[in-house]
Write a protein that binds this ligand. Structure first.
Ligand SMILES: N[C@@H](CCC(=O)N[C@@H](CS)C(=O)NCC(=O)O)C(=O)O
Length: 216
């Protein structure tokens, strides 16, 4: 069976996994699940039967079928050791994971589609309130990530220096989202430079939203 990734072009959590699969040279079949309001394919029974959480991404290589991008990235790192995306040694290995979780656990869940929808549908938040909310959580998280990465600036262009790691696979999609929601980025010169360096790499370019078959 071909490895499958259930994905949506604009999903930043799926974008993380696309980057890692491309970096590792893992061939996969993208299965598009449209999150577009009105389509809401992720909420249909057919998709719920695949992923009870009704979120993308979902990964299936015939051996392991799982949701949750961090779980997928950790699994892929263990099962496909080529082009390692975690440093071999501590403390860098744990520091990369901490950077990833600052984005995956502390920024992204607060700014997810269903959270923004709840703010407007249930709490009557205005567009301005929603974009302030969005920028607030990105700002809190990016301030910390900037500090975490700036220590490695002397060592190379990527978040943790010379080698591309999972931190870069998390940062680039979050940076894409920050730009999409027009969050000011002047405070994060290191993060902007890291994302620019990553975006020079083919694997990142191939994972970009505008290069997905389901791009609208
Ligand atoms: N923690 C999950 C988050 C997944 C997630 O929130 N995916 C978003 C797209 S980036 C989604 O499917 N949203 C659908 C919704 O909010 O209804 C992960 O890292 O995979």
């Amino acid at each position: 069976m071909a490895t499958r990734l259930y994905t949506y072009w604009r999903s930043s959590a799926a974008y993380r996994v696309r980057i890692a699969l491309n970096l590792k040279g893992i061939d996969y079949e993208p299965v598009a699940v449209s999150l577009k309001p009105g389509d809401d394919e992720h909420r249909e029974d057919a998709y719920r039967a695949i992923n009870p959480q009704m979120l993308v991404p979902f990964f299936d290589d015939g051996k392991v079928a799982i949701g949750q991008s961090m779980a997928i990235l950790e699994y892929v790192e263990e099962a496909y050791p080529q082009m390692p995306l975690l440093p071999d040694a501590e403390p860098s290995r744990s520091k990369v994971r901490a950077f990833c979780n600052a984005i995956a656990c502390d920024i992204h869940p607060l700014n997810n589609l269903r959270v923004l929808k709840y703010l407007s549908d249930e709490l009557d938040a205005s567009d301005k309130q929603k974009s302030d909310w969005y920028a607030h959580w990105v700002t809190e998280g990016f301030r910390a990530c900037e500090q975490m990465s700036v220590r490695y600036a002397h060592d190379g262009p990527y978040a943790f220096g010379r080698d591309i790691t999972l931190a870069d696979a998390l940062l680039v999609p979050q940076m894409y989202n920050a730009r999409r929601f027009k969050v000011p980025l002047d405070e994060y010169p290191r993060l902007v430079a890291v994302a620019d360096a990553c975006n020079e790499v083919q694997a990142f370019q191939d994972a970009a939203p505008e290069n997905q078959p389901d791009f609208l």
